[in-house]
Design a protein around this ligand. Sequence first.
Ligand code: PHE
Length: 328
Amino acid sequence: MGYKEELKSILDEAEDEINQAHNSKELNDLRVKYLGKSGIVTTLMKRLKELAPEERPNFGKVVNELRDSIEEILEEQKERITEAEKANVYQKLWVDPTIPGARRSVGHLHILTKVQRELEDIFISMGFSVVEGPEIEESWFNFDALNTPEWHPARDSHDSFYIDENLLLRTHTSPVQVRTMLSRKPPLAIVSPGRVYRRDYDATHLPMFTQMEGLYVDRDVTVKHLKYFLEEFAKRALGESARIRLRPSFFPFTEPSFEVDIYFNGRWFEVLGCGMVHPNVFKNVGYDPEEWRGLAFGFGVERITMVKYGVKDIRDLVRNDLRFLENW
Ligand code: PHE
C-alpha cells in the first residue's frame, strides 16, 4: 500500500472515531491519540528522514494536510459536543413559569390565644392592666392569703397537683392578685390571665386550662360596679344581646360571692365566679379593710370560647386537630 492510501485510511478511521466521541474527555483522548507527541500523525512525520530526499516535500505536505484535516474534524466535533453539553445544562436549568408556585401556608394563632387577647383588650379598654405570675406557686399565695385555710376542701390533694409540701401548680390565677397587692398600693385594677391546673378531665374540664381573673380595689367599690364590669364584659365579648345574671355562691376570698350566668344564643351558660374581696384577704396583704373595697371575678377562657363558638367538647381545644383549628 502506498503511503497515500495509508494516510487516507488513517483519516477515515480518525473521522469515524472523532465523530463518535460523546464528550470533551473522549475527544481530548482522540486528539492525543492522533496529534499528541507520540500520536499517530506525529509518528508519521518522523518517517520523513527515512524517505528519499525527492519524496520528502510531498510526503511532508500530505502529512500536514492530514494533520489539518484531523484538526478540523476535531474542531467540528468539539463544537457539536459543546453545543450538546450546553443544551443539556439548559435542559436542567429550564423552568416552567406556568407551573403554579409552591404554596407556603401561613399559620395563625390558636383560637384560645385569639380569644384571650380579645378579652384582655376588653379589660384594658376599661382601665385594667394585665399582670402575670408564676404557674408553680407557694401554697400561701394560692390558698392561705386568699382566706382558704388548711381544712378547706379546695386544698385537697385530689384537686391539685402538688410538687412538694409547699409548692403546687396554681389552681387559679388569684395568687397573682395577692402578689400584685403586696407589691402595689391601691387603687388598682388588674386582670391576670394564665394557665391553671386541677385534677379534672372530661368533656367540660381539662387538667390544664386558662383563667382570667380581675381585681379592682378602690375606696367606694360596690356590687353595682361588679355588675357593670361583668355586663360590659359579656356584651363586648359575645355581642350586645348578651345578658348576665348573678346567683349567690361561696368563695373563701369573697363576701358576698356570686356565680354568674351569661345569656347567649337563647341559653344560659355558667361561666364566672365573682364577689367582693373578703376583708381577711385585705388584711393578709396589708390593706386596711375599713378603707378599701374590692371586686374580683374569674372565668375560664376555654369556657368563653366554647360558648362563643359553640364548641361542644373542651378537649377539642387541645387536641391539635387541624380540621378543628382551621375553622378559625
Ligand atoms: N378563683 C376562683 C376560681 O378559680 C374564681 C373567682 C375569682 C371567684 C375571683 C371569685 C372571685 O374558681
